[in-house]
Design a protein around this ligand. Structure first.
Ligand code: ATP
Length: 352
């Protein structure tokens, strides 16, 4: 079992600041190192106190997230500085990423050429390629997890975050996992097949969005998508070719991150290819619409999660009153004082 810093209290070394974001198991807050004044992000994770509890994160999953982050030191991957542990929570001290989500940054623009988009894409591929070379899959790549270090910089740096589902694949191991976010998961996850790092190549993209999550999942399994003129009239043939080579059902046939970096759309070989890229642009009207829908869905999910937790707590109360064998545990008790939305991990949703 990994041992984190239990001797010192995070608050003795860091001043805890404002909330930057919330995840399923806790909050991310800005923290200031008392000794140097440097700013970091603290990810406060509630730990499950007993096996029967549904609240909090299993300690072994926190250990896995920490091990993965320790193995990944790359300019396009969020860095881990320190880990603290107390009775009820683990705190990861992380590189502070203050530029917000890449998609929000792009959605504010009036226009974006394919060349601009490729600059970002390259950085994502470099980060993803680095982890895949270490046999680590992220398994939850989606717009929310692609952030910018500083959006005011002339060429902002991409930072990949949230390694809560990441897994280091051992040779000979068959790894299956039914987690992800409906719009962004790949067919092999839905089909509960053995997974490889290729999952990350087909995730994070969402032309498969249906009216319900079930329809979205059906579209992904069938790889049901089309380049309709309405949305893709300004897209270069090279970009479409690139996308087609990602939307491949067989994991072994799908382009790897390394191969993506050598595709002529990312790395043009001729002047004509460069010119084509510069002439083509992203359809901003469609992009803004997609981003607004994504944000709306995130808020909807948050409300759905709050309601579910509320019902769960009422159920626990009623069962306990009826004398059923629902053993309360410490983290359940403590959690009643915390924000409900941060407590349940909801990966595969069933609402849209
Ligand atoms: P999820 O429930 O989506 O899996 P999680 O519990 O694993 O989330 P994260 O996704 O890592 O938590 O973080 C939650 C939010 O906190 C992010 O969406 C982001 O807005 C913010 N955040 C996370 N890490 C950082 C960071 N290093 N710097 C700034 N903000 C961050």
């Amino acid at each position: 079992m990994a041992v984190f810093n239990m001797l010192e209290n995070v608050e003795d070394l860091y001043e805890i600041g404002e909330v930057l974001g919330s995840g399923h198991f806790g909050q991310v807050r800005e923290v200031r190192e008392r000794a140097t004044g440097a700013r970091w992000a603290g990810k406060f994770l509630k730990i499950r106190k007993c096996a029967s509890s549904r609240l909090g994160m299993e300690r072994k999953n926190v250990e896995r997230e920490v091990e993965v982050l320790q193995a990944l030191q790359h300019p396009n991957i969020m860095a881990l500085k320190d880990v603290f542990e107390s009775r009820a929570e683990v705190v990861l001290v992380l590189e502070l990423i203050s530029g917000g989500e890449l998609f929000d940054f792009i959605a504010e623009k009036e226009n974006l050429t394919e060349s601009d988009a490729i600059d970002f894409m390259k950085q994502i591929l470099l980060g993803v390629g680095f982890m895949h070379n270490k046999q680590i899959g992220h398994f939850d790549l989606k717009p929310e997890n692609i952030m910018l270090s500083d959006k005011m910089a002339p060429n902002p740096d991409i930072k990949i975050i949230d390694f809560g589902l990441a897994h280091c694949l051992q040779s000979g191991e068959e790894y299956r996992c039914m987690s992800g976010t409906p719009q962004y998961i790949s067919p092999e996850v839905i089909n509960y097949e053995p997974l490889s790092t290729a999952v990350d190549i087909l995730s994070g993209l969402s032309p498969f969005q249906g009216d319900t999550d079930e329809e979205t999942l059906r579209n992904i399994i069938a790889l049901n998508y089309k380049f309709d003129d309405h949305h893709f009239s300004m897209t270069s043939a090279m970009a479409k070719d690139f996308i087609q080579k990602l939307f491949v059902k067989d994991q072994n046939e799908r382009m790897t991150a390394e191969e993506c970096l050598h595709h002529p759309w990312i790395k043009p070989l001729t002047r004509k290819q460069v010119a084509n890229r510069n002439r083509s642009s992203i359809n901003m009207k469609t992009f803004k619409k997609f981003n607004a829908k994504r944000k709306w869905k995130m808020s909807y999910n948050m409300v759905w999660m709050c309601n579910r937790l509320h019902r769960l707590k009422l159920l626990c109360k009623t069962s306990a009153q009826a004398g059923e064998e629902l053993r309360p545990c410490e983290s359940d008790q403590e959690d009643t004082e915390t924000k409900p939305a941060s407590l349940i991990r909801r990966r595969l949703s069933n609402s849209s």
